[in-house]
Write a protein that binds this ligand. Structure first.
Ligand SMILES: Cc1cc2nc3c(=O)[nH]c(=O)nc-3n(C[C@H](O)[C@H](O)[C@H](O)COP(=O)(O)OP(=O)(O)OC[C@H]3O[C@@H](n4cnc5c(N)ncnc54)[C@H](O)[C@@H]3O)c2cc1C
Length: 482
């Protein structure tokens, strides 16, 4: 095997396996040796598609969840072949929010289907170990594994995905070593083996909070659940599902100044309200343009967005299937779930009882509650400077990768190639997915990720094809002209 044709992909969640599948699907004349290095959540599924509950639902309708950018109906067709779905029309199934576990099954089945029919020229190796370091070497990169073994490759892709949440600031962070504190809300233990006589606090108020509340309920937790966040409960349901509204995106096309975008959004939201519809179709119509808008905002505008509009954007964008929203609202009405708009001050544990002190923004007063467990649902940590991923932490502190100025991810070129701390492009070292938040903003869900996997495979294939007989510099020039 030509050493020029070796690709290492670190992380085998959605991005790792779908990039590999795109390489397998579309390799034409190449010999390719792909090594997937993976440690952590189950192969192919990541935390997203390996939920602790079979009832956890996707937050994107079926029609948008194909893993292949060039086969938009791939998931829909797969679902329609599954037991129990044959009797429904594809048009009906397309709008459903299906179980995340079912999506995990889809990803694995798709993987197995392609891998069992591999073209002879393609080799796939799996290494189940943590990658802890990368250094550049003569023919590319040397990836060091936790065991000390070193694997070399010309091309390396960081598909490292979602990290566990960061610990919120409190006066006495020693609490974070408590056995009843769960920094990782996606671990099964976070919602099992609780003391049924004690209440539970969830820090955070987003989609992970909802998943956690539903899991606790499914696991027969009957006590009171508190949820605290700076803005209180604000998740909206997916209403008007599928209603298309294009007037807003037509109006703003190419004019991407933050003030104008904001006032135009408000104007269109008012128009829709007069028609008896809320603003979700406006937000949805923005989806194809969001990355372009972000790229074209100035640094000052991005910072203003992050300080003042980020919460509103999150509210408009990350919504719940209607039946799940109804369940959560019923729990609030029945006083099983209490939402606190407030700021944590301190958490301490004494004799198995946890005291939480916070400033309640509604009553404007400092208050206390007693609970038996605290679960952190504040969302994945994104600041690589403080990464809990040993690999990213090492790479950022030795300067092979750098954090973007918004502390949202890693700096890359528009072709996913990493720009190191000396502002030099690390040729053939790539990243994608959540690591691109600072570069693209919207880079979390399957509709964006599948395109990135497709595009990155195209770039890799072009460089692999040409690498044996054409200067690599030439292929880079070709891309930057594209
Ligand atoms: C709970 C949850 C629910 C979601 N629901 C949806 C949804 O309904 N619809 C949707 O479109 N999107 C959803 N998302 C978004 C989701 O993040 C993406 O769809 C996708 O799963 C991200 O894939 P990834 O490969 O980038 O990361 P991950 O799936 O996180 O995979 C990365 C993998 O790399 C491994 N890894 C990391 N570092 C190393 C290392 N140094 N060495 C070896 N292995 C390493 C990790 O252990 C992990 O298994 C959800 C996300 C979460 C967290």
């Amino acid at each position: 095997m030509n050493s020029q044709n070796k690709v290492i992909i670190i992380g085998a969640g959605f991005c790792g396996i779908v990039t590999t599948l795109n390489l397998v699907k579309r390799a034409i004349i190449q010999d390719i040796d792909i090594t997937l290095i993976h440690d952590g959540s189950p192969f192919g599924k990541g935390v997203a598609y390996n939920p602790n509950s079979n009832k956890a639902l996707l937050n994107v309708p079926c029609e948008k969840m194909s893993c292949f950018h060039d086969e938009p109906n791939h998931f829909l067709d797969w679902i329609c072949r599954q037991d129990g779905f044959e009797t429904h029309t594809p048009e009906f199934v397309a709008k459903l929010f299906l179980p995340r576990a079912l999506y995990g099954k889809y990803l694995l089945e798709t993987w197995n289907e392609y891998i069992s029919n591999l073209p002879k020229a393609i080799t796939i190796n799996l290494i189940e170990e943590l990658a802890v370091d990368i250094s550049s070497c003569e023919n590319g990169y040397a990836v060091t594994l936790k065991s000390g073994v070193i694997v070399n490759s010309k091309f390396v892709v960081l598909a490292t995905g979602n990290e566990k949440p960061a610990n919120p600031k409190i006066q006495n962070p020693e609490f974070y070593s408590s056995k009843q504190y769960f920094q990782n809300p996606w671990e099964k233990t976070a919602t099992t083996n609780f003391d049924p006589s004690k209440d539970i606090l969830i820090i955070g108020n987003g989609l992970t909070m909802v998943d956690t509340v539903l899991e606790l309920t499914e696991n027969k937790f009957k006590g009171h659940i508190y949820s605290i966040s700076p803005n209180g409960f604000s998740i909206l349901p997916h209403r008007h599902n599928g209603t298309s509204y294009t007037a807003f995106s037509e109006e703003i096309k190419g004019k991407y100044a933050l003030n104008d975008l904001y006032s135009s959004y408000i104007k269109h939201a008012r128009k829709l309200r007069e028609l008896g519809i809320s603003a979700e179709p406006i937000t949805d119509s923005l989806r194809p343009f969001t990355q372009n808008i972000w790229i074209n905002l100035s640094v000052t505008e991005k910072k203003r967005f992050l300080s003042h509009i980020r919460h509103l954007w999150g509210l408009a964008r990350h919504r719940l299937p209607v039946n799940i929203h109804d369940k959560i609202q019923k729990m609030r009405i029945d006083d099983k779930l209490e939402v606190i708009k407030g700021k944590l001050i301190d958490i301490s544990e004494n004799d198995g009882s946890i005291t939480v002190e916070y400033f309640n923004k509604t009553s404007n007063a400092q208050e206390k509650i007693q609970v038996g467990r605290v679960i952190n649902c504040t969302g994945p940590q994104v600041n690589v400077q403080k990464s809990t991923n040993e690999l990213l932490y090492t790479l950022v502190h030795k300067g092979l990768i750098q954090s973007d100025i918004y502390r949202l991810g890693i700096v890359t070129t528009s072709e996913y190639e990493i720009v190191n701390a000396s502002e030099k492009v690390e040729t053939n070292l790539y990243t994608l997915g959540g690591n691109l938040r600072g570069m693209l903003w919207e880079t979390t869900a399957v509709p964006e990720l599948k395109k990135q996997c497709h595009d990155l495979a195209t770039i890799l294939l072009s460089r692999i094809e040409w690498s044996s007989d054409v200067n690599v510099q030439d292929s880079r020039k070709e891309h930057s002209n594209a």
